[in-house]
Design a protein around this ligand. Structure first.
Ligand SMILES: [Mn+2]
Length: 315
């Protein structure tokens, strides 16, 4: 049986809206409310960031709060690296999705000689760099960090020296660069991206399964195809952004996009991915209780977590 470890990253320093830092705790609260024992069985390891976040760009508009974020990033990186080296299976609850870059970096640092596959279930491609971002929010950049992708062909910004210095440090953390290859990244549910991102997806033939294709083929067939794409990889990281869900379900997230997947589709998708032996780490991210008018986002995330836990603890 897998040695599961829950890790909570209680920060939203990379996000556009404050509040996602409360997401991991809200999932824990939801668990208590419905009598789920997950957080009793697996005591969470908590990563916090106590800095003073101003929600202004703090002088680095093309990578907002990058100085603060770097501190969190290093912590997440070393925690994940350690747990993967111990052959544990981290289940990560993070605030904003910039964490995904740190998680991939930690996995790669622990498994330097292996090809790591990434399954990114999200409404967004998260492929921007400080050179291409329209918003400056680093939660839109984790995969560019992992791929070491500046995308200078589509440059629209001239980031400050400080930004460039820290961006280069993010990409090279653990002294491996890139952490993953373009061919080992698969998107599921992505439906909102900027031209700079679709350029990279096309140029590098990154496989993306839009919602219509999932409906057409069915979850089982899609999962088989995804795993086929990642057949060169010895380990797989699955990152689930709750904004992959339809906004009629996912009120409580910072950047909802219409026409997402249903809870049933997400459950079946995650369950099947959890059946794969290569799965080495799983992330749930971008639950934002302060935007959650119905207070059910954390509960829905928990429901999906339970599906995964059931599958992972079967044998
Ligand atoms: Mn995302």
């Amino acid at each position: 049986m897998k040695d599961i470890r829950i890790i909570e990253i209680r920060t939203d320093v990379g996000g556009g809206n404050p509040g996602a830092r409360e997401g991991p705790e809200a999932i824990e609260t939801a668990a208590r409310q419905v009598g789920s024992r997950i957080f009793q069985i697996y005591k969470a390891e908590v990563i916090t960031y106590e800095g003073d976040r101003s929600y202004e760009s703090n002088g680095t508009p093309h990578a907002k709060h990058i100085t603060d974020l770097y501190g969190v990033f290093e912590q997440v990186f070393s925690t994940i690296k350690k747990r993967i080296e111990e052959e544990c299976m981290p289940i990560v609850f993070s605030g904003d999705h910039s964490s995904g870059g740190a998680i991939i970096s930690g996995i790669k640092a622990a498994l330097k000689d292996e090809e790591i596959g990434v399954i990114w279930i999200d409404a967004h491609a998260d492929l921007h760099s400080p050179y291409t971002t329209p918003s400056g929010n680093i939660h839109g950049m984790p995969l560019a960090i992992a791929l070491a992708e500046d995308n200078l062909e589509k440059q629209i910004n001239i980031p400050k020296d400080k930004t460039v210095e820290l961006w280069d440090k993010l990409k090279s953390i653990g002294n491996v660069m890139p952490k993953i290859l373009h061919k080992n990244l698969v998107y599921i549910g992505v439906r909102d991206m900027e031209e700079q991102e679709s350029y990279l997806i096309k140029k590098n033939n990154i496989r993306s399964f839009p919602v219509e294709e999932i409906r057409q083929k069915g979850i089982k067939a899609v999962v088989n195809e995804v795993l086929e794409v990642l057949s060169d990889c010895s380990r797989i990281f699955v990152s689930f952004d709750v904004d992959s869900l339809d906004p009629t379900i996912s009120h409580g997230t910072g950047t909802p996009v219409p026409d997402g997947i249903t809870i049933d589709e997400a459950s079946e998708l995650l369950r099947r991915l959890c059946m794969d032996e290569k799965l080495c780490c799983l992330e749930f991210t971008e639950v934002n209780p302060s935007m959650d008018k119905d207070h059910d986002m954390a509960g829905i995330a928990l429901q999906l977590v339970e599906v995964c836990m059931n599958e992972l603890t079967k044998q």
